[in-house]
Design a protein around this ligand. Structure first.
Ligand code: SAM
Ligand code: SF4
Length: 328
């Protein structure tokens, strides 16, 4: 699959569920209305969809959400995708999770062939963690991370940087990542979906945060490329990688190799743009995978060159396009 701008699309981010057991301030409203269950693809349909993408050239799949691990039966999908991995049809299967159920699933993930997971963790302070996630207990997530490490999974921490909220916790997180052997990526908050007005102005540009970090840490350039939007440095004091994802302050679209599919089967060629293509009719209308493959290729023709978060008059898309339904 080559998009109209010459980029090979080899990476699928599949949102397996819009539901979540947390309500992070920047992601979901407290009273979010979730999609009717009938609109959400079954796990069998997701497996078929994954198969169609693999046939078209996808080599890496990341399961995300919502919270993938709260979906009942998720272990079955992971197991099926693990078989595609074992058969050499995929290079990598991975997961982004809030970590609340990781302790329960870590061994099964490793057994399915997963080698690493991303865990979202914005701070270590229990009260602040509860404030940002509205429902979470940081200790549960830390237990999940310990279980993942014990099962042999590499863990990368994802931290959304928010002015006046967790900006004072970043040094502590970097030190903690060094102690626990985790890499870390800082993410600029993106004004999507349910992003509340109350958080407007709390977006913390990462170039500013980086300058501050450089007064405390020695950040060495790193040529590590993950195939994603993060740009990495190595923290000399800890020996761990630190990534920066800067959708607002820096254009990261040139090397984009990914597409997203929502839990309803909507293929989103770009996180920052409207214009999803519904793959469900093709999936449900025929037992053959050919119509699905044709629909995917047709959708790919709409992949834009880049997002437009910063263009004049950009308004966040309606909440149905929030991070939890598209898959962050
Ligand atoms: N529930 C899982 C988790 O939190 O890791 C997976 C889904 S979550 C939508 C995926 C990632 O998107 C998380 O790292 C989260 O911090 C990030 N995210 C959510 N809303 C965001 C926003 N408005 N701006 C930037 N990142 C966001
Ligand atoms: Fe749930 Fe992840 Fe969104 Fe937080 S960021 S509300 S954990 S989906």
């Amino acid at each position: 699959m080559i998009d109209p701008h010459g980029r090979a699309i080899t990476y699928l981010r599949l949102s397996v569920f819009d539901r979540c057991d947390l309500r992070c301030l920047y992601c979901m409203a407290e009273n979010t209305t979730f999609l009717p269950k009938a609109e959400v693809l079954s796990l069998e349909e997701m497996d078929r969809l994954a198969g169609a993408f693999i046939t078209l050239g996808v080599r890496k799949i990341r399961l995300t959400g919502g919270e993938p691990l709260v979906r009942r039966g998720i272990a079955t999908l992971i197991d099926r995708l693990g078989r595609k991995l074992a058969a050499g049809r995929l290079d990598e299967l991975t997961l982004t999770t809030n970590g609340t159920l990781l302790a329960r699933h870590a061994e099964a993930l490793a057994a399915a062939g997963m080698r690493r997971v991303n865990v979202s963790l914005d701070c270590l302070d229990p009260d602040l963690f509860h404030r940002i996630t509205r429902l979470g207990r940081v200790e549960t997530v830390l237990e999940g991370i310990r279980a993942a490490r014990a099962a042999g999974l590499a863990v990368k921490i994802n931290t959304v940087a928010l002015r006046g909220l967790n900006e004072g916790e970043i040094d502590r997180l970097i030190a903690w990542c060094g102690e626990t052997g985790c890499d870390m990526t800082l993410i600029e908050a993106m004004p999507l979906g349910d992003f509340p007005n109350a958080l407007r102005g709390r977006e913390l540009p990462l170039p500013e945060l980086r300058r501050r970090l450089e007064t405390r840490w020695s950040l060495r350039p790193s040529d590590h490329v993950s195939g994603g939007p993060a740009r990495y440095v190595e923290v000399a004091e800890t020996g761990r990688r630190l990534g920066f994802i800067t959708p607002l302050s820096g254009n990261f679209c040139d090397g984009c190799n990914r597409v997203r599919v929502s839990c309803t089967g909507a293929l989103n060629p770009c996180l920052g743009r409207e214009g999803a293509v519904d793959l469900r009719p093709a999936l449900r209308g025929s037992k053959s995978d050919l119509p699905v493959q044709q629909a995917i290729l047709a959708a790919l023709r709409h992949k834009p060159q880049g997002h437009d978060f910063l263009s004049a008059g950009y308004e966040p898309p309606p909440s149905r396009r929030s991070m939890n339904s598209i898959g962050g």
